[in-house]
Design a binder for this molecule. Structure first.
Ligand code: CO
Length: 159
């Protein structure tokens, strides 16, 4: 596996609308593994392909990084159901040291294709739902700092 360079805010690739993946093969699985390795090395809980310079609709999330057993590789993810609304603080590997409050749906259903080409549906809530919404925003060229409120440099103090 290899660590990839993370693109930061200001890089035009982060503003592009990513293209759907058409071919799921070994090369794509290697990319997903490299994205995951890069995410874990940076202590992130999610990473989307535009963040490593590829404008394709894939992201990797693992909100419970500890044993690395709860990783989702989402290919062509689409949110098909949203419910509720929660505001919470977020950061992003592409916006080093910036944090801000973002309103997101509390529960979502996501349809996606697995790394072996299977159609799947994931029902998510809480941090996992938040993270997936954040990563899908990346695929649509949106950074959290475009929609966040109360942006701070450094993690805000807990209230
Ligand atoms: Co991000």
């Amino acid at each position: 596996m290899a660590l990839l360079e993370i693109k930061t805010a200001g890089d035009p690739v982060l503003k592009e609308i990513s293209k759907p993946v058409e071919k799921i093969d070994k090369r794509l699985r290697k990319l997903l593994d490299d994205m995951a390795e890069t995410m874990y090395a940076s202590e992130g809980i999610g990473i989307a392909a535009p963040q490593i310079g590829k404008s394709i609709r894939v992201c990797v999330v693992d909100v419970d990084r500890k044993d690395r057993n709860n990783r989702y590789d989402l290919i062509n993810p689409v949110i098909t159901f949203r419910e509720g609304s929660v505001v919470d603080n977020e950061g992003c590997l592409s916006c080093p040291d910036l944090f801000g409050d973002v309103e997101r749906a509390e529960k979502i259903h996501v349809e996606y294709t697995s790394r072996f080409g299977k159609k799947k549906t994931l029902e998510a809530e809480g941090l996992l739902a938040r993270c997936i919404q954040h990563e899908i925003d990346h695929l649509d060229g949106q950074l959290f700092i475009d929609i966040a409120k109360n942006i701070t440099k450094g993690r805000p103090e807990k209230k």
